[in-house]
Ligand binder design. Structure first.
Ligand SMILES: Cc1cc2nc3c(=O)[nH]c(=O)nc-3n(C[C@H](O)[C@H](O)[C@H](O)COP(=O)(O)O)c2cc1C
Length: 197
C-alpha cells in the first residue's frame, strides 16, 4: 500500500467487531512504530499503557467522550466496542513538555493498525482523573491521549466540505459515516505581496 492509500484507509473508526481478540503483540508492535518515530529534542518522554483485556478495556471505555458532533449517539454499544486501547502518557520525570510527540506517535500507531487491516480512533476527550484512578496511573505520568483499536465495523467516507463550510462529520440512514475535508487549494496560503509604490 502506498503512503497515500494508507493515509486514506486510516480513518477514525468508532464501531468495531468487539469479539475480535487483540493479541497483546499487536499494540506492542504498534508502540514500537511510535518508538522509532520523531521526538522533540529526542527526549522520548512518552510511555504507553496497553490494554487488551475486557475488564480493563471497559474501565477505559467508561472515561471516553465519543463523536461530539453526533449528538444523538453516546458511543458504541456492547458488542461494537474496541478490542483494545493504548493510553499515551507523558513522563514528567523525563521532560518539561512532550512537544508534539504524542500526535506523531498516535499517527504512526494508527497507520500501523491500518496496514494490519485494523483501525481505531484517537481520544482527547477523556475524563482523565477517573482514568488515572481507575487504572492506578502514577502522578508523574500525564495522560495525553487514548487510542482505541479494533477491527472496524463501519464504513467511513471522505467528502468535500459543502458550500456552508461545515466541518461536522455525520451519518446517513445506513450508518455510513461521512467526514468533510477541506480542498487542497483552500489550505495553501498564498502570501499577500504589498503592491510596489
Ligand atoms: C488529537 C485528536 C483528538 C481526538 N479526540 C477525539 C475524541 O475525544 N473523541 C472522538 O470521538 N474522536 C476524536 N478524534 C477524532 C476526530 O474527530 C477525527 O479525526 C475527525 O473527525 C476526522 O476524521 P478522520 O480521522 O477519519 O479523518 C480526535 C482526533 C484527534 C487528531
Amino acid at each position: 500500500m502506498s503512503i497515500r492509500e494508507l493515509v486514506l484507509k486510516n480513518r477514525s473508526y468508532r464501531r468495531f467487531y468487539e469479539e475480535y481478540r487483540l493479541d497483546r503483540d499487536v499494540p506492542l508492535e504498534l508502540v514500537d512504530l511510535a518508538r522509532l518515530s520523531s521526538s522533540g529534542a529526542n527526549l522520548q518522554s512518552l510511555k504507553y499503557l496497553l490494554s487488551t483485556e475486557p475488564e480493563q478495556n471497559a474501565r477505559i471505555f467508561d472515561t471516553l467522550g465519543w463523536a461530539g458532533y453526533l449528538k444523538e449517539w453516546d458511543g458504541p454499544g456492547e458488542g461494537e466496542r474496541p478490542s483494545g486501547y493504548i493510553v499515551v502518557l507523558f513522563d514528567q520525570n523525563i521532560a518539561k513538555t512532550p512537544f508534539w510527540d504524542h500526535g506523531i506517535a498516535a499517527q504512526s500507531i494508527l497507520l500501523g493498525a491500518a496496514e494490519r487491516g485494523l483501525g481505531g480512533c484517537m481520544f482527547g476527550n477523556i475524563r482523565k482523573d477517573d482514568l488515572r484512578a481507575s487504572l492506578g496511573i502514577e502522578d508523574h505520568l500525564e495522560i495525553l491521549l487514548v487510542i482505541a483499536l479494533g477491527k472496524p465495523k463501519e464504513e467511513v467516507r471522505l467528502v468535500p466540505l459543502g458550500p456552508d463550510g461545515d466541518v461536522k462529520y455525520y451519518r446517513d440512514a445506513d450508518g455510513i459515516h461521512y467526514v468533510p475535508k477541506r480542498a487542497l487549494n483552500d489550505i495553501i496560503h498564498e502570501p499577500h505581496h504589498p503592491k510596489e509604490a
